[in-house]
Design a protein around this ligand. Structure first.
Ligand SMILES: Cc1ncc(COP(=O)(O)O)c(C=O)c1O
Length: 399
């Protein structure tokens, strides 16, 4: 057989998906006593159901025959709504032509990096960070330059940290605020300083704002607020997290760079032709209908965050601060790892097999995640309580 392309071995993955299948297999085949259930505290998707008005909009669209190809960058009313919704948050007047709708937010990452990166180009990526950024850059032959997000800096970075990483080969910087996996939110002054650096060094920015509605203090700020940025930035957003619509697959790119918007549209034509039609009608309802569910979910996450933070800090050897956004908790377990002689990945595996709780090792998000584990607090309060009870009991036995 002739070999696969040289690119394939460089493609990474998202551990959250492989861990679920590993955990399910363990639950089915090895977990004793039979019928016992694992507690899942790793999943990055809202446990709420999609609000009913959104479901009804999709059903109506299907019944009215909206079941064919749509324009590749999305249906005009949805693109217009996305532009209108994005404008006040970014202080930029976006128009329909600045929006490219995609089947979820993840393809924005793939296609923007594809549009920009040649072998040898450097891309600065938050570390720990969403693993797909790194995977796609490596796949396309680019060079990943990790930007450490450290606990002592509230999972922000200093401008000096960033400056040191910029070289003439740097093409793109990726930011994500509120952030997965740390829950950190970049401060306005960090974003302002970063905007200056991006302009001085002629850099593109991918601003992943998928958690912009899940912020517990203050308001979301986009880097596009700073002059000169909308033309060199692609904002990534979508319905998955804010509207509990992970399975619908609806996301979008917003940019004032028309050439970038055209290339993204062309990539979509080559890839999927267009986004699922009824899903786009559901998206119109999500954005234009009542927003009570978004508020309700955020308030629920806030309660769950507070519960989880207090339970975690009650376990000897674990510590974390209260994150400002998203629905993840990045917990320092360095002293436990040192006592047990394990790394974060071995520890997460041990917790699965012995305490029967599913969590992710910090290293699933990059090298700077060593010494940490990630919880997600989308699960019910009962699951959070039970999961932490199991972990506390187990750790008190072995430490
Ligand atoms: C930071 C970040 N960006 C993008 C995505 C992808 O979102 P979607 O499910 O809409 O593809 C996720 C999903 O977990 C995420 O955490």
């Amino acid at each position: 057989m002739k070999p696969f392309s040289v690119r394939m071995p460089h493609l990474g993955t998202e551990n959250a998906f492989s861990v679920i299948s590993k955990a399910k297999k363990f639950e089915r085949e090895e977990l004793e006593p039979k019928g016992e259930k694992l507690v899942y505290l790793q999943i990055g998707e809202p446990a709420f159901d999609t609000p009913d008005n959104i479901k009804q909009a999709a059903i109506k669209a299907i019944q009215e025959g909206q079941t064919h190809y749509t324009p590749s960058p999305g249906i005009p009313p949805l693109r217009t709504l996305i532009a209108e919704k994005t404008s006040p948050r970014s202080c930029v007047k976006y128009e329909m032509e600045d929006v490219v709708v995609m089947p979820a937010a993840k393809p924005v990452i793939f296609h923007m990096i594809n549009a920009l990166v040649d072998p040898g180009d450097e891309v600065i990526i938050p570390n720990p960070g969403f693993p797909i950024y790194e995977s796609v850059v490596n796949y396309l032959g680019g060079t990943v330059v990790p930007l450490p997000l450290l606990e002592e800096k509230d999972f922000n970075f200093s401008l000096d940290d960033l400056k040191k990483l910029i070289t003439p080969r740097t093409k793109l910087v990726i930011i994500n605020s509120p952030q997965n996996p740390t829950g950190g939110v970049l401060t306005e002054s960090t974003l302002e300083g970063m905007a200056k650096l991006a302009i001085e060094n002629d850099l593109w920015v991918l601003s992943d704002e998928i958690y912009d509605n899940i912020i517990y203090e203050g308001r979301h700020v986009s880097i596009t607020k700073f002059p000169g940025m909308p033309e060199r930035t692609v904002i990534l957003n979508g319905c998955s997290k804010s509207y509990a619509m992970t399975g619908w697959r609806l996301g979008w790119a917003v940019t004032k760079n028309r050439q970038m918007a055209q290339y993204l549209e062309q990539l979509i034509i080559n890839d999927v032709s267009c986004t699922n039609s009824p899903t786009q009608f559901a998206g119109i309802e999500a954005l234009s209908g009542p927003q009570d569910a978004v508020k309700m979910m955020r308030e629920e996450y806030r309660k769950r965050r507070d519960l989880l933070v207090s339970l975690v800090n009650d376990i000897p050897g674990m510590s974390c601060k209260s994150p400002k956004g998203a629905f993840y908790l990045f917990v320092n377990v360095k002293s436990i790892l040192a006592k047990l002689g394990l790394n974060a990945s071995q520890f997460a595996d041990r917790i699965l097999r012995e305490a029967h709780v599913v969590i992710l090792p910090g290293t699933a998000f990059g090298i700077h995640g060593e010494g940490y584990i990630r919880f997600s607090y989308v699960s019910s309060e009962t699951d959070i309580q039970e999961g932490l009870r199991r972990m506390k009991e187990y750790l008190s036995k072995i430490l």
